[in-house]
Design a protein around this ligand. Sequence first.
Ligand code: NDP
Ligand code: 2IT
Length: 445
Amino acid sequence: MNVDKLMIDLEKKHPGEPEYLQAVREVLESIEEIYNQNPQFESAAIIERLIEPDRILTFKIPWIDDQGQAHVNIGYRIQFNNSIGPYKGGLRFHPSVNLSILKFLGFEQIFKNSLTTLPMGGAKGGSDFNPKGKSNAEIMRFCQSYMLELWKIIGADVDIPAGDIGVGGKEIGYMYGMYKKLSGEHTGVMTGKGRSWGGSLIRPEATGFGNVFFAREMLKTRGESFMGKIVSVSGFGNVAWGAITKATDFGARVVTISGPDGYVYDPDGISGEKIDYLLELRASNQDIVKPYSYEFPDSQFHEGKKSWEVKCDIALPCATQNELDREDAEMLVQNGCICVSEGANMPSTPEAIEVFIENKILYGPGKAANAGGVSTSGLEQTQNAMKISWTSEEVEEKLHQIMQSIHGSCVKYGTEPDGFVNYMKGANIAGFMKVANAMLDQGVI
Ligand code: NDP
Ligand code: 2IT
């Protein structure tokens, strides 16, 4: 494999898809050495077959607003690779959604799902629909219209969608309801379902909890813990909420959250009723984090700024892709940050990652550190298939074990001769090897 040549070819085939190309380059650079030591990969064109999705479905989604006006959005589902299990991955509803973003997410999902130890392939989907400011009835009609197309290609053993940005329990409920009506089946075709109809008891918290479990494992390698640490979080969504809850449980003080409008600094720490308030803020269906500073006057809102300028020991980026650049990374390192654990998918730019690795801080890439969400989805599928239900404690214990195992895989493949663990490299190699070997076993298909 020659990374530069592969990337030039890929850029020619897929111009204007920067996020997808960024995600592919990172994986190729990490696996280049091990790939070239295994000539069976080259002769089976494993990488050429892995970087193109198996198929992409795009479709229009017509829907009617509360005033009777019709609208059209674009819907997508990208089934990337199902070598180790049925396609699995979330749905994102956000105005920024396009093919490049969903391809990067679907590509990353292959390796993330491989790391979880569970049998899940990689997929992603969504729409450029903006749920912000929409009524429940509008969201319901949109979700139903989306499912009128999607249901044709999904199934409990085929492709199992879940949530992501803009898609939580409410949207999953509306989509699942339409799937059930169309198919006449009540199966585990989606995850993140309601607790009373097949959902895992801690799926909403799982991504954030898992991220903190992963960070805790990284910290342990240096004799450190969350106890007494200052933590900076970005975002104020589902993942941020779970991460703040668990970091606070472990004795840390979380001092920031952020939104597209800026960030809030709360020096006393975001705990107790303040964490509950985050859920209200999300449910208010607005696009801003500023109201937190009115509700809790000891906090300060910093308009148009990113939370990475605050001094912290641990940073948990939980908002969106490429939200943390070189300058932010340099600021974090200068301010004494020892650990960055990604709750979001690809939140750090390649230049930011370089700064983390050059400075040998503990850097946990999203595909490892945020894999707790999809892992708990996998556990939900198992419960549905077995027609049983586990308690919150049982699920959390299994999630904890999975995050420890992912950490172990990263250490196995990412430890460098001087003892430094390059978690990015470790995650990419460990995720890749399992999928590549499955592809070899299954022939050229
Ligand atoms: P939510 O919709 O609950 O929250 C997303 C957060 O990110 C919100 O605070 C949102 O603000 C902010 N955000 C979204 N897009 C942008 C943007 N373009 N610019 C600035 N801020 C933005 O989503 P989740 O918490 O579920 O997802 C957060 C991240 O975690 C994403 O990267 C997602 O892919 C990743 N992830 C999610 C998993 C899950 O299980 N939900 C699993 C693994 C990873 P606003 O909505 O106001 O724009
Ligand atoms: O990015 C992700 O891993 C998710 N949004 C969760 C996917 C899932 O199928 O639970």
